[in-house]
Ligand binder design. Structure first.
Ligand code: C2O
Length: 590
């Protein structure tokens, strides 16, 4: 892996004009929302929720004193495969496997709650390797877009979820057991086989896509089993579409008596509000197609050119978790979780926090869309899966439709039609040409950069990002590369050692060559390189530490800045109390 270190020359802290974070400015608190379609009476806040309010920047090292201060760290064993592994005790890396037998209490954002048990109910049978059914000759199951389903289909799905809701909690097929599987895999209930001290975690790494694919596969089999229809396929929430798809699908919201309904959602975000894939930001209460389609394009196409960019960093046996999630995991995945959850609940339950997300049936449709995007990335944009054996042989243990725990491998889920027997309803890829466009002119951007260049000062890492917008100049290792060189290696902006409170949602935006503090430049603009988004999932005192890589090659070409020696990077915190950043650099790599 090539990594050419570049240096920084300046940091400026620019105050926001008001003492409130943009998201919580008066404007938003007072702005009324359309009331016609809703039955809610009082509306004091707009689309904001009350859990992300950035109060004063809390020093990252403060902890309650009486509590364990756990750091989920990179531990020198994260992502940087080759170089690090050679000198490490894990020189022969292996796939990660959960120590399923030794499930422990989960660590969840507490707000006064005791530790939480989301381990699977005990079973009489031992874990067996899953025998993949042969799907040749049987018709493929077609997962439909949730906003397009027929009444007949809806009745079936409601029946399946109704049964899941009525089963006792210790039945592996109950909705709560299904939700707890997700909790166990993301809230530190499992450790890695052979590494008792190290967590097995399915987020923030290359395990994200395959774990959720397998998880949904069994959820679907169980649903089909319960309604005695093995051809049943779960619906996907088609929020990357310009029509009704980009609202919460009506099947989940229109009838509060439906088993698909969940009262714990953000009430300001129910239909007709349009999903905001850039949530939260300072731009108003809801998303718009223009911005959403551009975000899809940026995350899947520009920020997803290589497997490492798309899936995230390697996570091998002995690695500490949370190395770095891929582009789509950050956004739209994490953004949609935070957007959907109820901000009036202590932790944004249900969707806005991982331990409870699976209790809301909309979760499975959100993830079906993420899963579909993986297929789209391969079929429409030439994406290729990893061929790394440690990825391919990684394992998960899940319940099958006979309530037996079975183990599955990543390599057995890569082709949904051939290996798993399902495809998605073809709804097209309406965002496939939605390239971002520049917000300001090259002359304006140059003037802004010149201003910054005049104030050459020393930069001290770690940076703490809070209320104030941070702006830094980052030197580029190479400029004006040939088209071939650009194809070979992406120019990546690497934000290293991002540390934050794991029990709060976090989002910060990264803007290139602009000085308006993120007020003018929006997610649909070229200057907007991307966002770091995190869904709460760890307990009090547990800090998350991870990385972010954003692609610069297309961006700098489109800003006519490929001949510049350096770029100006602006970081704007949109929600979260503080974020500590260890280093920022540009590297050429994958
Ligand atoms: Cu496992 Cu959408 O999270």
């Amino acid at each position: 892996m090539t990594s050419i270190l570049s240096s920084l020359s300046f940091v400026s802290n620019i105050n926001h004009h008001s003492s409130l974070h943009p998201l919580f400015s008066q404007k938003h608190i007072l702005k009324p929302k359309r009331l016609d379609h809703h039955h809610h009476v009082s509306r004091v806040a707009c689309c904001s929720n009350n859990r992300g309010n950035p109060s004063n920047t809390t020093p990252p090292n403060s902890n309650g004193g009486h509590r364990r201060d756990v750091l989920i760290s990179l531990g020198g064993l994260c992502g940087a495969a080759g170089a690090t592994l050679i000198n490490s005790p894990f020189a022969i890396a292996d796939p990660v496997i959960p120590n399923y037998k030794n499930c422990v209490q989960a660590e969840i954002p507490d707000c006064g709650k005791p530790p939480f048990d989301c381990c699977p109910p005990p079973t009489s049978t031992d874990v067996q390797p899953f025998q993949l059914p042969s799907y040749s000759g049987t018709p493929l199951r077609v997962r439909p877009a949730a906003h397009l389903v027929t009444d007949e289909y809806l009745a079936k799905y409601e029946r399946a979820i109704d049964i899941m809701r009525s089963l006792p909690p210790n039945d592996p097929h109950s909705l709560i057991s299904q939700a707890n599987i997700h909790c166990a895999y993301c809230n530190a209930a499992y450790h890695q086989k052979g590494f008792p001290g190290i967590q097995f975690q399915v987020h923030d790494s290359w395990l994200f896509f395959p774990f959720h694919r397998w998880y949904l596969y069994f959820f679907e089999r169980i649903a089909g089993h319960l309604i005695e229809d093995p051809s049943f396929a779960i619906p996907f929430w088609n929020y990357d579409s310009p029509d009704d798809g980009m609202r919460m699908p009506y099947i989940f919201t229109s009838n509060s008596k439906s088993p698909l309904y969940d009262p714990l959602r953000n009430t300001y975000h129910v239909p007709p509000t349009i999903v905001d894939l850039d949530y939260p930001n300072n731009g108003g209460c809801e998303g718009d197609w223009d911005t959403n389609s551009t975000i899809m394009y940026r995350q899947v196409v520009s920020n997803g050119k290589t497997p490492a960019q798309f899936f995230g960093d390697a996570y091998r046996a002995g690695y500490e978790p949370a190395c770095r999630g891929g582009s789509v995991e950050n956004c739209p995945h994490n953004s949609v979780h935070n957007w959907t959850g109820d901000g009036n609940q202590p932790n944004g339950e249900n969707m806005g926090v991982f331990y409870s997300a699976g209790r809301d049936p909309i979760f499975y449709s959100h993830h079906a869309n993420i899963d579909r995007i993986w297929n789209v990335w391969k079929s429409e944009f030439g994406g290729n899966d990893f061929d790394d054996q440690d990825w391919l042989k990684s394992e998960f243990v899940l319940f099958d439709e006979n309530k037996n725990p079975v183990s599955v491998k990543v390599e057995d889920c890569l082709n949904t039609a051939e290996q798993l027997g399902y495809i998605y309803e073809d709804v097209g890829v309406p965002w496939k040409d939605s390239k971002p466009t520049p917000c300001r002119s090259r002359a304006q951007r140059l003037a802004a950069k010149k201003q910054l260049g005049l104030r050459n000062d020393n930069v001290k890492f770690p940076l703490v990002l809070g209320f104030r917008v941070l702006r830094i100049e980052v030197k580029r290792p190479r400029k004006s590369r040939s088209r071939q060189e650009k194809k070979k290696a992406e120019e990546l902006l690497v934000i290293e050692g991002i540390e934050h409170d794991g029990q709060k949602p976090v989002k910060f935006d990264v803007i290139v060559d602009d000085d308006d503090d993120g007020k003018l430049v929006r997610a649909k603009n070229t200057e907007f390189a991307g966002s770091f988004v995190s869904v709460p999932h760890s307990s009090h005192g547990m800090k998350m530490k991870t990385n972010l890589k954003l692609a610069l090659t297309d961006l700098l070409d489109d800003l006519e800045a490929d001949h510049d020696d350096s770029i100006m990077v602006t970081l704007v915190l949109r929600t979260g109390q503080w974020v500590k950043i260890e280093n920022i650099k540009i590297e050429l790599g994958d």
